[in-house]
Design a protein around this ligand. Structure first.
Ligand code: CP
Ligand code: NVA
Length: 298
């Protein structure tokens, strides 16, 4: 069976733990599991962290990354997603894509004969969640029983983080405005993965007792036309020092970046002593190695 990484919740708990373990093992680099193989990195949207961490992880594992802009392959424009998957499978050991529609990366996986990695879709961002878990376990302790809060938009990053936290037995507390929150079905789905999930429209309620407070942009890539309305709707969801004070005294702040100081997070929090954002960003490389090694591992 070809291994893909499209969503965290597609994995079993032991597979998720295996990827996290591989990420942290020096022996993975020594083994050079991508030796002589290409890895296609296709981006329909901009990227800094994901592109650089994936390119360097491929190099560290002995492979050769081939960066391609989405419009160059033209999913369903220049040719079908299925034709692209079948052709590229003959060149590369892994295909990775950042796409607008999650269905595109799912169709790539369905037609590819080599592993496919989702480098962010409208639905999820599994590579980010892996880095988030590695960072939290390093700085806040084991996820099992860890109170983790998410403030702002229940978006792709939130969904993958929530899945990972719940699968590893953490508690996930959402503070999101109505209409940008997780619906009842989604809350049930997350809870069914193994964690405890709660949600409030009040960010002060959501952060109460949290050991880690996460947020992300209010305006994800592709939502630029909603910028004005979103800035109004999310105005009360900025992670300020006052909000951090309502969390546990030891609480850490995390953000997948890129960040907007003065919008979703106050500068003094983002740049303050409780912020893990740089370590978190650096762990994208750690996580990319684990994800690549795992998908080619069988
Ligand atoms: N966090 C993240 O995925 O960043 P980039 O969009 O810069 O890759
Ligand atoms: N939610 C953001 C994450 C960026 C890394 C987006 O999709 O644009």
């Amino acid at each position: 069976m070809t291994r893909h990484l499209l969503n965290i919740s597609d994995l079993s708990v032991s597979e998720l733990r295996a990827i996290l373990d591989l990420s942290l093992q020096q022996s993975v680099r020594d083994a050079q599991p991508l030796n002589g193989q290409g890895v296609a990195l296709i981006f329909e949207k901009p990227s800094n962290r994901t592109r650089h961490s994936m390119e360097m992880a491929v190099v560290q594992l002995g492979g050769h990354p081939v960066y391609t802009r989405g419009e160059e392959v033209g999913f369903d424009v220049r040719e079908s997603v299925e034709d692209i998957a079948r052709i590229m499978s003959g060149y590369h050991g892994v295909l990775a894509a950042r796409v607008f529609k999650h269905s595109v990366v799912a169709r790539l996986a369905a037609s590819s004969t080599v592993p496919v990695i989702n480098m962010l879709s409208d639905l999820s961002h599994p590579l980010q969640a892996l880095a988030d878990i590695i960072t939290m376990e390093e700085h806040a302790g084991p996820i099992s029983g860890l109170p983790v809060a998410w403030i702002g938009d229940y978006n792709n990053v939130a969904r993958s983080l929530g899945e990972a936290v719940c699968m590893l037995g953490g508690t996930f507390s959402l503070g999101c405005p109505l209409g940008y929150d997780a619906n009842d079905e989604e809350i049930e789905r997350l809870a069914s993965l193994g964690g405890a999930v709660s949600q409030s429209v009040d960010p002060l309620v959501a952060v109460k007792g949290a050991h880690v407070v996460h947020t992300d942009t209010w305006i994800s890539m592709g939502q630029e036309q909603e910028s004005q309305s979103r800035r109004k709707i999310f105005a009360e969801y900025c992670v300020t020092s006052a909000l951090m004070k309502a969390a546990a005294p030891i609480a850490k702040f995390m953000h997948c970046m890129p960040a907007h100081r003065g919008e979703e997070v106050a500068a003094e929090v983002f740049d303050g002593p409780s912020s893990l954002v740089i370590e978190q960003g650096h762990h994208r490389l750690t996580a990319a190695r684990g994800a690549l090694a795992w998908v080619v591992g069988k």
